[in-house]
Ligand binder design. Sequence first.
Ligand SMILES: Nc1nc2c(ncn2[C@@H]2O[C@H](COP(=O)(O)OP(=O)(O)OP(=O)(O)O)[C@@H](O)[C@H]2O)c(=O)[nH]1
Ligand SMILES: [Mg+2]
Length: 241
Amino acid sequence: MNDCIVIIPTYNEIENIESIIRSVLSQHKPFDILIVDDNSPDKTADKVRLLQTEFADRLFLENRRTKAGLGTAYVHGFRWALEKKYSFIFEMDADFSHNPNDLEKLYNACHFGNADLAIGSRYVTGVNVVNWPLNRVLMSYFASVYVQIITGMKIHDATAGYVCYKREVLEGIDLNRIKFVGYAFQIEMKYRTFCKKFNIVEVPIIFTDRTKGVSKMSNSIIVEAVFGVISLRLKKLVNSL
Ligand SMILES: Nc1nc2c(ncn2[C@@H]2O[C@H](COP(=O)(O)OP(=O)(O)OP(=O)(O)O)[C@@H](O)[C@H]2O)c(=O)[nH]1
Ligand SMILES: [Mg+2]
């Protein structure tokens, strides 16, 4: 067993799933993969099962019955990874927005550097986003400014979903209390990590918009993030985070 597991939640990623799996598994540093699929109607999970015959000891699949959101998929994956004793636990999208070649950079920040949580960040060195419409870049950039103002966390990319946790971080956070499912989930995880005084390091990456498959972004995800940040801050103030 390797010490690193990359959790990839999927919902209708049939066009990306095989290439993202092959790309992660062909990295120089060995990474295992856990796919958490929500019974995708396009049969993403069947493709994963087929690939498991080729990569039996490195590719794992957790199948959930219905679409229940990114946040709960990750919490499911975190519990699975902690039980299996992985030391470094990654979050990554299936759509190639996160370049698998950057996995090792995140690993290095945690293993050789002093990071407990390494964030693949789009905004440490300017704006490293390729092919997103301007309104989406602005929304994402100012979301992080908003999070900094409300929470006091000095993180340039608070909604980033390409990260590596040391297992101690996920053991230190009460996963039963994670509330949010969309971008707010990413903010919540970082804030809980920050409140537990773990060391957070941002590693610059280039983020590229998906070229295949369909986005699962929705207005409700944005609304959840706007109010979610305020609610997290209030909970922290009254000591009930
Ligand atoms: N298991 C599971 N995976 C999900 C769910 N929603 C999104 N995902 C996966 O989470 C990752 C990120 O979702 P995306 O649709 O790429 O969201 P995004 O990056 O904000 O938006 P786009 O890049 O515009 O598509 C992808 O791998 C999706 O397949 C869900 O409800 N359940
Ligand atoms: Mg995406």
